[in-house]
Design a binder for this molecule. Sequence first.
Ligand code: BGC
Length: 738
Amino acid sequence: MNRILLVCCAAAFFMKGAHAQEETPAYLDESRPLEVRIADALSRMTVEEKVRLSYAQGKFSSPGCPRLGIPELWYSDGPHGVRAEINWNDWGYAGWTSDSCTAFPALTCLAATWNTELSARYGKALGEEAVYRGKDVQLGPGVNIYRTPLNGRNFEYMGEDPYLAGEMCVPYIQELQKNGVAACVKHYALNNQELWRGHIDVELSDRALYEIYLPAFKAAVERGGAWSVMGAYNKVRGTHAAHNKLLNNEILKGEWGFDGCVVTDWGAAHDTYEAAMYGLDLEMGSYTNGLTSESEFGYDDYYLGKAYLKMIKDGKIPMEVVDDKAARVLRLIFRTSMNRSKPFGSLCTEAHYQAAYDVAVEGTVLLKNGNGKKQKGLLPVRPGAYRRILVVGDNATRNLMLGGGSSELKVKDFISPLEGLRKEFGEVEYAQGYAAGRPMYGQVDVVPQELTDSLRLDAVEKAADADLVIYIGGLNKNHLQDCEAGDRISYNLPFGQDELIRSLLEVNKNMVVVLLSGNAVAMPWLDDVPSVVQTWYLGTITGKALADVLSGDANPSGKLPFTYPVKLEDCPAHHFDALCYPGDSIREVYKEDILVGYRWYDTKGVKPLFPFGYGLSYTSFEYGKARLSSDKMSASGRIELSCTVKNTGSAAGKETVQLYVGDEKCSVLRPVKELKAFRKIRLEPGEEKTVTFAVTPDMLKFFDDKKHEWSAEPGKFKLYVGASSADIRSEAEFVYRP
Ligand code: BGC
């Protein structure tokens, strides 16, 4: 009897087990291929459920499919830290006490490191913070090309060169995503200014599109493997970028084979049919606070909400389109929020601070240190070398993580420049020098003239008594500075800083100027200031990194990721009429075409204030002669270029060796030269290394808009090895015979 019972129980148990196994749906089985799981999930979903995947349920969240246990997505800005929590239905901060983070240096700084290993550490650390904070999609990196120094969001991007931006964003994305957090590469595409960003219609040639503005996005997708891309606010050739057939269907999903999700910028969708048909997968942030009286639940009023469902039911949208969209959102969910094996993450660790510090130091650019003639450089400032050090400038104490728009961060720790310098140099006096007001979104906090005058007077009086003045100014994250939703209105430093610097110089010539910004600025006082340092928004560890650079504890090795024009009109986007920048409020025509950044200055013979790729060091580097493995290249072949670099100074340091390629003669306009490779190396004093670059036919190509393909014409090509785009140390040439 007992035996029979036992057998029955065992049979029941096994049957139950087998049944349960049969019942485990494929979409929940992580051992099954992703595409099988997606197809299975889709086969179980109603059309309403598929549609519901495609639009927000809160300011920073979009739903999964609750009936099937498919979780929602949580998003966060981006791109240099995990933003504090925002309210469910409005833009206010939620006021949590557990949502602070590490602020990593802004992306201009990362680009200025020219160090792809640092980019990987950056992405890894950021990904760990994002997953720890429960985020599935991290809104960044930004890879829009730096077209004008007035663009309010350049600080979130990686400079003017498509190759540099592409190389630097790939490791960031790869490492970030190893945490089960998607990168959302933004702002795709041609969001190169903030003024009129919601509607300005960009017109440009195919060559400019393919050669300048798209390569970094392509690298992010093809090599970085980005899981999502953010469709920009602006229009491109007549249609909003977020639902643009050319950008989304033909290029991103067609030519590049992107299998991820196109997410709108917040509120960037404008039309249901276009959104449905032209490649938008997920709509976020459209104008509704979720509490509007027009509907029971405001989010359903999104373009991809009720209206989309109706169009599907009316037979206006093919089911393949609906399934493809839903599949893309599911892919994003499966890769992130539904990924059960993702790590737990961590927040504000020593390793994160160290990564941030290394990026800050390696991205800081020494612009000037003496003039090689009578004027002697003042850096590094050895502790004890000066009795009375005066620090002047609002940026010495300002929390520059506040303001700037969506990239604003709430930091757990922050070392201000002044704190850092006091730690390094002991007693240091401070004068604010100028007042910049508070960062207010969309408006300027006006500073009374009396305050400006009295601050200047105080600083000048103190400077007269100082042995050394360290000026810490630049831009900030206020409206019309380095800030979203507006462009700068002047290329000069704001808040009367040029005048202030002049007044200080009148009483004390021993001055180091340190600029914190995400953009180039005019420097009318440059000749009279012995030492100038360009640094960026450095985040949590600002003061420590800055003090170490100024004191020589760390040797800066940043190289500029964009050109500094002497004056605004020298910049290609400003060389033409207003239609070229900022446009006529409706259209904008990129008349400089492919000659963006150094490509323009080189080709047109315009001398910049500081060229692309430029940056000094506390040591010096001597380059040997570039040697080629062959002076001929075939279509399938590749040749090697090698060059020695020696540290000829007395400090250890890092140098970025840059390789540019130029086509001697071509049937179409080509820039004098274009960056095609770079390598950052570390050298002890006296040490020499050989840097070798592979030169391939791909590096010789331009985008042939007639054939719609990349091509190189036979003939002579030049290779330039340089310490910057304007400081070419050695040249070599070869003949290309495909
Ligand atoms: C910005 C995006 C940002 C989004 C969400 C938009 O205003 O353009 O970059 O990710 O807001 O905050």
